[in-house]
Design a protein around this ligand. Structure first.
Ligand code: PNS
Length: 162
């Protein structure tokens, strides 16, 4: 039984993330979405809000779980008894950082493989930071995030303005 961890900050989760989760859930018996708690920069959504939103949008996948972690990803992966770390690669610009992470994690625990999914072409430009910026300037984010996430982003931005 192969279990994969799909880690990230998910501030907020986008259709790009969901695409990787859906595809990983078809390949692996179990996928654990690992939500990073230790962030240096201030996120738009606090940690509990991010976890709540992800749970809402992955509830249709029976073999996907959402679990938070802080500290090292490789320790979390071990704790979850997972064999694989999944990451999406959008473009060459992602590659250097992703390779560095994969190699560091391999050094820390050679038993865990990192496997990359090529991001679907229609999401190759999409990132959480783009979504945050678009929303901040009242751009339409409907094509990029599920409705329940869009509503929460817009509410959060309104609240931050007040
Ligand atoms: O969605 P992101 O922000 O690109 O995800 C980055 C993440 C969470 C995968 C990465 O920052 C991470 O693994 N952080 C945990 C700390 C860690 O293990 N660092 C060593 C890996 S080089």
């Amino acid at each position: 039984m192969a279990t994969a961890v799909y880690p990230g900050s998910f501030d907020p989760i986008t259709y790009g993330h969901l695409d990787i989760i859906r595809r990983a859930a078809e390949v692996f018996d179990k996928v654990i979405v690992g939500v990073l708690k230790n962030q240096t920069k201030t996120p738009l959504f606090d940690f509990d809000e991010r976890v709540e939103m992800i749970r809402e949008v992955v509830k249709e996948f029976p073999n996907v779980e959402v679990v938070s972690f802080h500290g090292l990803l490789i320790e979390f992966t071990k704790k979850m008894n997972a064999d694989v770390i999944v990451r999406g690669i959008r473009a060459v610009s992602d590659f250097e950082y992703e390779l560095m992470m994969a190699q560091t994690n391999k050094q820390l625990n050679p038993e865990v493989e990192t496997m990359f999914f090529a991001t679907s072409a229609k999401y190759s430009f999409l990132s959480s930071s783009t979504v945050r910026e678009l929303a901040m300037f009242d751009g339409d984010i409907t094509p990029f995030v599920p409705d329940c996430v869009r509503e929460r982003i817009n509410a959060k931005i309104q609240a931050n303005r007040a």
